[in-house]
Design a protein around this ligand. Structure first.
Ligand SMILES: Nc1ncnc2c1ncn2[C@@H]1O[C@H](COP(=O)(O)OP(=O)(O)OP(=O)(O)O)[C@@H](O)[C@H]1O
Ligand SMILES: [Mg+2]
Length: 159
């Protein structure tokens, strides 16, 4: 009971985390450019949750982040929809782009072995991670993307 209460408090604290950056972009290119600016914030090690509906721009944002780390060219960053984890190694960090859309149970999550990917120089960028309370608790940064129009996306970074 006490442990449960403690967990709830932690979640409440997490929700109230400080807004580090916010922007409304008007094209995929602008979202990529914004992603590039986030590299300075995302020094490893980090666990980052990318929240937002299908097509909100989560993968698009990762293109900018991976490019800024010189870990991948924008066009080489594609959705890890089927492979679930894409790895991009850069000189300053190893990026893991993870898509949990098709993962439904904590047991399935365990078999992915995300803990093995965590190290001093790793950054985990996780789409649909908010489905799992453990990841919500362990996240360092949360980036929420919201569709505000056909090309408008409201992006909020909390840490
Ligand atoms: N301002 C914008 N920022 C980002 N993407 C935009 C913007 N305007 C239009 N788009 C388009 O929206 C789509 C975003 O797709 P993306 O794969 O990045 O979404 P996602 O959030 O990763 O979705 P999924 O949950 O399906 O993986 C792309 O087709 C992109 O061109
Ligand atoms: Mg995606």
């Amino acid at each position: 009971m006490e442990a449960r209460f403690y967990t709830d408090c932690m979640d409440a604290q997490a929700r109230e985390r400080e807004v580090l950056r916010e922007i409304t972009t008007h094209s995929a290119e602008e979202t990529i450019a914004f992603g590039r600016t986030l590299a300075e914030l995302l020094t490893p090690p980090k666990l980052v949750l990318l929240r937002g509906d299908l097509g909100a721009g989560k993968t698009t944002l990762v293109k900018g982040i991976a490019a800024a780390f010189a870990a991948a060219a924008e066009e080489d960053v594609t959705s890890p929809t089927f492979t679930l984890v894409h790895e991009y190694r850069g000189p300053r960090a190893n990026l893991y782009h993870i898509d949990l859309y098709r993962i439904d149970t904590p047991r399935q999550l365990e078999t992915l072995g995300l803990d093995d990917l965590r190290s001093d120089n790793s950054i985990l960028l996780i789409e649909w991670g908010e489905k799992f309370p453990r990841l919500v608790r362990e996240r360092d940064v949360e980036i929420a993307l919201e569709r505000a129009g056909e090309y408008e996306r409201r992006i909020e970074v909390r840490g």
